[in-house]
Design a protein around this ligand. Structure first.
Ligand SMILES: [Mg+2]
Length: 322
C-alpha cells in the first residue's frame, strides 16, 4: 500500500461523504459462502444477496485459499446467473493472494498468477506420490492449484477419521520438505533449511492441508483485493471481513493496520474469539458456517434496500447481530 493507506479518506476524498455506499466486503469462501459439507453455495439467498450488494456498488472480493477453477465452478456461475452487472466490482483472489481475476457478467475475466509464489515441482510431485502410496483412502490431491499444493478430505470420508489421519500426513510432508532441503513450518514446529530460512508453511484446516509459500495468506489476499478495488473506482474506508477460521482474522488485522474501519464476522467462533483491536461480530449460536454467512448477507442486503447503508454506510449492530 502507499503511504496514503494510513489515512484512507485522504486517499479517497469524497468516499466517506458522497451518496455512494461506503462499504466493501472481503469474504472467505469455504464456510461462510460455500457449505463445508457440499462445498457448493447451498443456500440460494447467498448468491442473490451478493449480486444485490455488488450491483449497488459495494465491492465484493472473495479471498480464498481455493483455486480459480473452484471459484469458477461454484461461485462465479451463481453470480452470473443471478444478474451480476458489468459495473459491479467483484473479484476472486485465490490461493491466498497468489492468483486473481475479475468476475464479470461473462464469467471469469483475465487471470493473473504471481509466479514468484509457485512451489517447487519436486515438492508437488513428492506430495502427490505420498497421497498415492499412503493416504489415498482419506484425502485427494487438488490438481486445480497453480501455486500452492492442497490436499483435501474426500467428501465420502467421515470428518473424525480425516482429522485423525491428517496430522500423520502433515508430519510426512514436513519430513519430505526436510529431505528436499526446503525450510518449512508446521504449527509450532519449524524446520529451517541449511541457511536458516523458512520458505514453506504447512497449514491444516478442518477439510484440507495447504502447503504454501510463507508469503501467502489472507493478509496478502486483502492487500491484493484493495489494490484491485482501488484501480477501478472509489475505495471504501469501511470494510466487513467474513470467515470461519482463525486465519481469516488476518484480513481484518491487515485492514485495521492500514487504517481502515473494519469489523470481522466470525461464522464459526467455536475456536474462540481472539482479542482484537476491532469489533468481531458473530451469529447466534445455532447458526454457523454458510447459515451464518447467509444471515449477515441478508442483513446487509436488507439494510441496503431500506436505505440504511447510504452515506457513511454505518451498520449498527445491536444485541441481535445476525
Ligand atoms: Mg474457510
Amino acid at each position: 500500500m502507499t503511504s496514503d493507506a494510513a489515512n484512507p479518506e485522504a486517499a479517497n476524498p469524497g468516499a466517506a461523504d458522497s451518496d455512494a455506499v461506503n462499504l466493501g466486503l472481503l469474504l472467505d469462501v469455504d464456510g461462510p459462502i460455500a457449505s463445508p459439507i457440499t462445498r457448493t453455495i447451498a443456500i440460494p439467498s447467498i448468491a442473490s444477496d451478493l449480486v444485490k450488494l455488488a450491483n449497488a456498488g459495494i465491492p465484493v472480493v472473495f479471498n480464498t485459499g481455493r483455486s480459480d477453477e473452484f471459484l469458477r465452478g461454484e461461485v462465479v456461475g451463481p453470480l452470473v446467473a443471478g444478474g451480476l452487472r458489468a459495473e459491479a466490482r467483484v473479484y476472486g483472489v485465490c490461493e491466498k493472494g497468489a492468483v486473481w481475476f475479475r468476475i464479470t457478467p461473462d464469467g471469469v475475466g483475465e487471470l493473473t498468477v504471481d509466479d514468484t509464489l509457485v512451489l517447487p515441482s519436486a515438492l508437488r510431485e513428492g506430495v502427490e506420490r505420498l497421497i498415492d502410496e499412503r493416504f489415498a483412502d482419506s484425502m485427494f490431491f487438488d490438481h486445480t492449484k497453480r501455486t500452492m499444493i492442497s490436499v483435501e478430505q474426500r467428501t465420502e470420508v467421515d470428518s473424525d477419521h480425516y482429522l485423525a489421519v491428517q496430522p500423520e500426513f502433515d508430519r510426512a510432508v514436513l519430513d519430505l520438505c526436510t529431505t528436499l532441503e526446503i525450510g518449512t513450518v508446521w504449527r509450532t514446529e519449524a524446520a529451517p533449511d541449511a541457511s536458516g530460512t523458512i520458505s514453506v508453511r504447512i497449514d491444516p484446516t478442518i477439510i484440507s492441508t495447504d502447503i504454501e509459500s510463507v508469503r501467502v495468506g489472507k493478509d496478502l489476499g486483502a492487500e491484493r483485493a484493495l489494490e484491485l478495488i482501488a484501480a477501478t473506482g472509489p475505495l471504501p474506508t469501511r470494510w466487513r471481513t467474513v470467515g470461519d477460521s482463525r486465519s481469516d482474522y488476518a484480513m481484518a488485522d491487515w485492514l485495521h493496520r492500514e487504517g481502515y474501519d473494519v469489523a470481522h464476522v466470525d461464522v464459526r467462533p467455536a475456536d474462540g474469539i481472539p482479542e482484537t483491536p476491532y469489533e468481531v461480530l458473530t451469529a447466534p449460536v445455532d447458526s454457523t458456517n454458510d447459515t451464518a454467512g447467509a444471515a449477515f448477507l441478508s442483513r446487509w442486503s436488507g439494510a441496503l434496500a431500506a436505505g440504511t447503508l447510504r452515506g457513511a454506510g454505518i451498520i449498527e449492530h445491536g444485541d441481535d447481530r445476525a
